[in-house]
Design a protein around this ligand. Sequence first.
Ligand code: UGA
Length: 441
Amino acid sequence: MFVRRIAVVGSGYVGLTTGACLASLGHRVVCADVDEAKVARLCTGEVPILEPGLPELVAQGLAAGRLRFVVGAAAAVGQGPEAAEVMFLCVPTPMGAGGAADLSAVEAVVTEVRTLLPAGCVVVNKSTVPVGTAARTAQLLARPDVAVVSNPEFLREGSAVEDFLNPDRIVVGCDAQDAAERVAALYARLGAPTVLTDAASAELVKYAANCFLAMKLSYVNTIAELCERFGADVLDVTEGIGYDRRIGQAFLQPGPGWGGSCLPKDTHALLQVCAAVGFDFPLLQASLDTNTRQQHRMVEKVRDAVGGSLAGQRVGLLGLTFKAGTDDLRDSPALTVAALLAAEGADLIGYDPGVPAAVPGLTDDLQLTDDPLKVASGAAALVVLTEWPEFRSLDWGRLAELVERRVVVDTRNLLDADVLRRVGFEVRSIGRRPTPALTPS
Ligand code: UGA
């Protein structure tokens, strides 16, 4: 395998994971960020995000001299014989006005490094960007001797290192095949199926994948609602459909709606680019509408649980992050549900194992605590919003003594309802059969 000199611009969760993992594959990597304080922490091996395995990889890379951190893209590119052969763009592409991706960070980096990149260098876009961005980046670069490649990432927060090192596939797109092959070769040791294609197709793969996942979740949340109407059990239904290899068991857990920094942003962005070219995509729009409906449905469940009106009712929230195993609150369905509950007058207190009670300015309507017992104290209902496994082993007997009303709305179907029933709780789940499971005849 060729060892390459690689610059990674942007040291957020994608950039940092990419840099640390490429270094672990033997490449020489320099990661850059504009945040000086973050770079200083990274230089000492301190990883500012919760991502299993990442601190270890960063420490190994630093110790082996294969991983460095610098401030600014220009410093990462370097000069002379040490200059980068490949530069990864891993900067944020947040949702801008009207749902379109905001590409200003990508554009700023390209402008900064335009004249610094050595001839023959390859610029790789890993950020999720609209179809056509590789072509636009090439135009902005105006460097015919530098190829622009699209190489979307498929990392999930909380398992990003595992996903990087054991990928389902590598997708590399470029109109110049030799540049695409050079980027694909960086991952050769992983032995993953590799799709070599043009830049536009690679860019679309990322949106097509995330939007498909969003659709799958909206579908399963709708099936869960249907189960409630028919007295069926969504766990059995999803297990039953999941054995069909064309469907698969993954990504079939109903919840309070899907969220995070990717699925909502990417669904909106694809709809936006579709609208810009006059293309109607009702299936995708329906997935978003279903997600909004799901969040409102969770509020209905809590309202019912407290007896019909949320005004003045103390409601204890268990989980605030968009999924378990992360400290990320961006576009968290838990926070959307919390805001809707607060809008109806509920008095909210929340606990999340990944979020310190002192997190500033989260929301005015939600008091945070680092003690789950305080969440229960005087609560008219408890609501599980994130699937943190530790919620299963809370001292439910003690919680039962503290609450005002023994009812839990479990929007993640996480808890063992039998355990809770034994200490007097009523458990309201999503799409579950209201009575105990049938015993085999
Ligand atoms: C998502 C994709 O899964 C990754 O493949 C992709 O690389 C990433 O976006 C990205 O574009 O960077 P992530 O945002 O980390 O990853 O989160 P997911 O694990 O996909 O979860 C998204 C949401 O769906 C969460 O709110 C989660 O709780 C929810 N979810 C997931 C369910 O409600 N049920 C499930 O069965 C799975």
